[in-house]
Design a binder for this molecule. Structure first.
Ligand code: HDE
Length: 703
């Protein structure tokens, strides 16, 4: 039998930028053996540096015979492959990570000795990982879920990890309840679903029995949990921390991130459709923005307050289910973060990055928030389990960028080679071994008194006042979305008693909300509210809690889609495209075929997306430029009908020419101030910068 030799490396394509081998893999390529004749490619080797002559065939006893155990090349390759995965995070498994920098714009020298917060103008490298909470690593980007917002600051005084969320409060007050809330929200253990969704019985069962969650419930049922882009979310350190100055005095602090692009969320129906159209919607959005040089940016702000101020708050700031309204303690902007570099390798960086709230630098300290106190233990423990070694700090994305030295030794995958005979302190044998220093980390000198015990403080008993404040601070549109989200979620709950208990809680929060949800669930009478542990206090509304109040009238960072077909007017397309691009939007041409459309003047215009795969949910506003013939052809296409119907239903601006109007009529799409003539580009851009909130009552029934 003749021996057929198959060889690889035959592709003639130009290599992609940055497709160089991983550093360290081909270091030995200087040797002649490791050069591939006639090219710039280094030789493919085993992990021991042995060059391969054949990467297509395993070693067989005869051409059609059994594979030999002797094949060390095959065994090494397959064994490495078999071990490619590490345990994914139990929460926050799905994420997007980006490098960037933090720049201080105002000094907090009066409050802290932490250099990162005192040296104005100094740039500190960061790695920021933005995640969902409940889904696995391969789950979609767009469930209704909290977003994690973890920032690793590689400061000159050590790494500082600020591991926050896009919601300033949390579900629970005590770390001991964390496994319970997470088990309740994750897929139900007997059936293995739903993946990444709160709309199921076990989640709402736990919540309905946990009044302290009610404030967070208001936030997660708001559109904050269905953001338009990761570049358009706020984030919060959640807990109170302490700053300590050179004199050893401490001040409480809460940390805030505010997006330069303003807040922007989607509409639930839109999110559901985005999830189908592009499960990687947020990761792709971030990747595209960075590739285009539109670097996302956040302001960094603090709320500073003393113990005396804290004592006067109508809530306990150590309770993570409470926030400090901006109206009570204003935000002071002290810096900005810019994310400008996509990681080289997803696994090496985004997957292996290890955040720990316990990573702080001198001048920053913890408060007694019992949730934070539990987190200080949990994250180090989780890194040991995920990354498998106490040497996880040596992985490049985790390693401090300042010098670090101690006498810890050995352990799995030790990369360092310490020299000398001394690995202990004190010692008299080494003049260079590391020693403690007065400049090192000091805890705030706080006196603790009180009774030891498993005690929930009295001051943690009020579960409804801030939930009510949140709801009443929203615009009418946002209240309707929140109520409708509750109806949607509770309608997915099979057990009636859970729905009833939840509506009971809503009565304490706001009767009108409870009534709307009860009506949406089809109740014929109101359930009794549960006994409240503390009276509900009247709080002034806080407009800072809205999304709409924090939206920016802008097309910066937004996307516009232009639907065209054969016969479309090239000049009209060009003008709309220019107007949108000038306003800061990215623009995509959508046509029935990705090859493009033949315009009225006979020229071809290539498309950026095929209609069936590029629905209008992927855009913030759309234009429809069609000839009569094109409109007629698209009237028969479900995807074209959905394109305009969804754009209208999702409250977006639509620019249309005469052909576009014909398609709108066929799709039964109405007319309002947000549907504009394609020639009136000024009106289109103005309408595209926002959403047509008043339209909503004409397109869906909200609770
Ligand atoms: Fe986390 N959380 N968490 N969490 N958390 C983790 O650590 C935990 C909490 C947050 O991008 C885990 O490295 C406990 C609040 C973010 O890698 C784990 C409690 C807030 C991330 C863990 C909380 C967060 C995590 C899983 C209650 C907002 C992703 C993997 C006491 C302030 C970080 C890991 C990343 C990740 C435990 C509550 C935010 C298991 C025990 C409150 C952004 O250690």
């Amino acid at each position: 039998m003749s021996k057929a030799k198959t060889t690889g490396n035959s592709g003639k394509r130009k290599p992609e930028k940055g497709s160089t081998p991983a550093k360290g893999t081909h270091q030995a390529a200087g040797g002649e053996l490791h050069q591939v004749a006639g090219g710039g490619h280094p030789a493919l080797t085993t992990n021991q540096g042995v060059a391969l002559s054949d990467n297509q065939n395993s070693l067989r006893a005869s051409p059609r015979g059994p594979t030999l155990l002797e094949d060390f090349i095959l065994r090494e390759k397959i064994t490495h492959f078999d071990h490619e995965r590490i345990p994914e995070r139990i929460v926050h498994a799905r994420a997007t990570g980006v490098h960037g920098y933090f720049e201080l714009t105002a000094s907090l020298k009066q409050y802290t000795s932490a250099r990162i917060l005192t040296e104005v103008g100094e740039k500190t490298p960061v790695f920021t990982r933005i995640s969902t909470v409940a889904g696995g690593a391969g789950s979609v980007d767009t469930p209704r879920d909290v977003r994690g917002f973890a920032v690793k600051f590689y400061t000159k005084e050590g790494n500082w990890d600020l591991v926050g969320n896009n919601i300033p409060v949390f579900f629970i007050q005590d770390a001991i309840k964390f496994p319970d809330i997470i088990h309740a929200v994750k897929m139900e253990p007997d059936r293995g679903f739903p993946q990444s969704a709160t709309a199921h019985d076990t989640f709402w069962d736990f919540i309905s029995l946990t009044p302290e969650s009610m404030h967070m419930v208001m936030w997660i049922m708001s559109d904050r949990t269905i953001p338009r882009s990761l570049r358009m979310i706020e984030a919060f350190g959640v807990h109170s921390f302490r700053l300590i100055n050179a004199a050893g005095e401490s001040t409480f602090v809460k940390f805030h991130w505010r997006p330069k692009l303003g807040l922007q969320s989607t509409i639930w129906d839109e999110t559901v459709k985005i999830t189908g159209a592009d499960p990687d919607f947020h990761r792709r959005d971030m990747f595209d923005a960075i590739a285009a040089g539109n670097f996302p940016e956040w302001e960094f702000a603090v709320q500073l307050f003393t113990q005396e101020q804290a004592d006067s708050f109508p809530f306990d700031h150590l309770d993570a289910t409470k926030l400090i309204p901006e109206e009570l303690v204003p935000l002071k902007v002290i810096g900005r973060m810019v994310l400008d570099r996509w990681p080289n390798n997803f696994f090496a960086e985004t997957e292996q990055v290890a955040y720990c709230p316990s990573h702080v630098v001198p001048g920053i300290d913890f408060s007694n928030d019992p949730l934070l106190q539990g987190r200080l233990f949990s994250y180090l423990d989780t890194q040991l389990s995920r990354l498998g070694s106490p040497n996880f700090h040596q992985i490049p994305v985790n390693a401090p960028k300042c010098p670090f030295a101690n006498l810890q030794r050995d352990g799995h995958m030790q990369m360092a080679q310490p020299v000398g005979r001394v690995a202990y302190e004190p010692n008299s044998l080494s003049d260079t071994s590391p020693r403690e220093t007065p400049k090192g980390f000091h805890s705030a000198a706080i006196t603790e008194t009180g009774e030891k015990g498993r005690i929930r403080a009295e001051s943690f008993a009020d579960h409804y006042s801030q939930a009510r404040q949140f709801y009443l601070s929203q615009t009418a549109y946002e209240q309707a979305h929140l109520a409708s989200a509750l109806v949607f979620e509770l309608s997915k709950v099979e057990h009636l008693h859970i729905r009833e208990t939840m509506v009971g809680h809503l009565i304490h929060i706001e009767k009108d909300l409870a009534k709307r949800v009860a009506a949406g669930l089809g109740f014929d009478s109101m359930p009794a509210p549960p006994v409240a542990a503390a009276p509900v206090k009247k709080q002034p509304p806080s407009p800072a809690l809205q999304i709409i109040g924090k939206m920016k009238d802008t097309l910066m960072g937004r996307a516009v889609g232009i639907l065209i077909a054969d016969g479309s007017d090239g000049e009209a397309i060009r003008k709309i495209k220019k107007a949108a691009t000038d306003a800061g939007a990215s623009v995509k041409i959508i046509a029935p075929k990705v090859g493009g459309a033949k315009l009225a003047d006979g020229s071809m215009l290539a498309a950026d997306g095929q209609l069936a795969g590029t629905p209008s949910v992927l855009f913030d506003a759309v234009a429809v430029i069609l000839s009569d013939k094109g409109a007629k052809a698209l009237s028969m296409e479900g995807a074209a009908i959905d394109f305009v119907r969804d754009a209208f239903g999702h409250l977006k601006a639509i620019a249309v020419d005469q052909g576009g109007q014909a398609l709108l009529q066929k799709a039964n799409v109405g007319q309002d101030a947000g549907v504009v003539d394609a020639n009136d580009r000024k009106a289109f851009i103005a309408a595209a910068k926002t959403r047509q909130w008043d339209r909503e009552k004409s397109v869906r029934t909200l609770a």
